[in-house]
Write a protein that binds this ligand. Sequence first.
Ligand SMILES: *[C@@H]1O[C@H](CO)[C@@H](O)[C@H](O)[C@H]1NC(C)=O
Ligand SMILES: *[C@@H]1O[C@H](CO)[C@@H](O)[C@H](O)[C@H]1NC(C)=O
Ligand SMILES: *[C@@H]1O[C@H](CO)[C@@H](O)[C@H](O)[C@H]1NC(C)=O
Length: 485
Amino acid sequence: MQTLGPRRRWPGLPCPSAREAASMYGTAVAVFLVILVAALQGSAPPESPFTYHIPLNPEETLELSWNVNYTQETVNFQLLVRKLQAGVLFGMSDRGEPENADLVVLWTDGDRAYFGYEPIVTAGNEALVHHMEIFQCSATYESFPHFNGPCDSKMKPERLSYCRHVLAAWALGAKAFYYPEEVGLPFGGQGSSRYLRLEVHYHNPLNTQGRRDSSGIRLYYTRSLRRYDAGIMELGLVYTPVMAIPPREPAFTLTGYCTDKCTQLALPPSGIHIFASQLHTHLTGRQVVTVLARDGQEREVVNRDTHYSPHFQEIRMLKKVVTVHQGDVLITSCTYNTEDRQLATVGGFGIEEEMCVNYVHYYPQTQLELCKSTMDAGFLQKYFHLVNSFDSMNICTCPQTSIPQQFASVPWNAFNRDVLKALYGFAPISMHCNKSSAVRFQGEWNLQPLPKITSTLRGPARHCPASRAQRPSGPTVVNVTRGRG
Ligand SMILES: *[C@@H]1O[C@H](CO)[C@@H](O)[C@H](O)[C@H]1NC(C)=O
Ligand SMILES: *[C@@H]1O[C@H](CO)[C@@H](O)[C@H](O)[C@H]1NC(C)=O
Ligand SMILES: *[C@@H]1O[C@H](CO)[C@@H](O)[C@H](O)[C@H]1NC(C)=O
């Protein structure tokens, strides 16, 4: 067993170019992945000093463990290698790409020995099961048909699309999820469906055949109700093509609001307490952050992931519970990278479309299930008119033309991009301040002004000086400890 020495401190390390190293050591196994340092899950005591474990490859010959020490600001890693070939090359970078990897460790002692390995879980599908979710079905229907099969199967009963309320979500690398002691999520009983839908998503790049899998999520429940019911609320942007990202953008940000008017109306006087959060975008999402603002000032970050990856969508416990009072504003911003896209990426349900969502878990439960916004659709038509007046009427503004079609015919240039960006920054919004069962709270929610924010929080402190992005002087020797076996 080979173990890479723990306690690699980020700031001090030089970063040799992984690509150079990779080409030098052609036979080395290359592993790149994104580690979510912010993930802090569950409260169960770890059986090893490393809280988090993931298999790195489908063959499960590489396992990475790590933990985070927030006081020391260090991340400790342990890499277990079951079958050492010429060596191992290990790196981390923003998007799992070899370029600009933060850390590269490698060695080539060239022997083909097997090292002892004790898997934490015996024969299993740890590397194949990518994420799982449990949805509660809508109480609108008395019963739901039984179905067991692929999610995209034609045989899948239509009615299962009414099972959309997320009860639990797990993803590769995540720990168990426990509610705070006084809190539980109510399910079952009057007015609640008795049906749940379990989705298991597999990642099987090697097309491994003949595996059987019965993975799932075990729900613990109690007969004596806990003091507070937990609720889940959706923040961010409404799924609509009105919100779009121009093509070839390295970092374009869209923002969704939960306005003071909605929290004033929908939250109890004592407020609510957010204790966990699950961020969600589709393929181009790179950063997601939700900030709480009060009296026009940003006060506190609810959850932030500046290295967001759609591959890691687990529910994360917040390090600090955030209390939201009546009249507070919750601002959710998502930053997208569309450098490899030729057309605008519009908001929507499709995997090629985008979303910007933060599912926050909070207590006590309220009726507010969704607090999201979108720019007013009328202003988007004004935008298309404006683009047309400069660029010879490319975009049809007739009612039959859909917004995605309109966006597809925008001739993208710096001006058209900047105007769209500016519009998203000042045009009035349509608020969706909705109760469950898709009913809006009473009130006027269209053409609402954007919340005025006079002071913003500073971004997260960067520990890496900019110069680290430059070409390194050379590789650094790292000692590798040889474990048992
Ligand atoms: C973090 O490091 C500090 C200083 O070495 C140590 O006292 C503390 O126990 C560590 N915490 C964890 C969670 O490992
Ligand atoms: C909010 O509720 C209204 C109905 O009152 C519905 O038309 C709208 O689609 C809902 N919003 C979302 C984002 O589900
Ligand atoms: C690596 O280990 C050897 C032997 O234990 C020691 O002499 C050497 O100083 C170590 N090198 C580094 C860079 O820690």
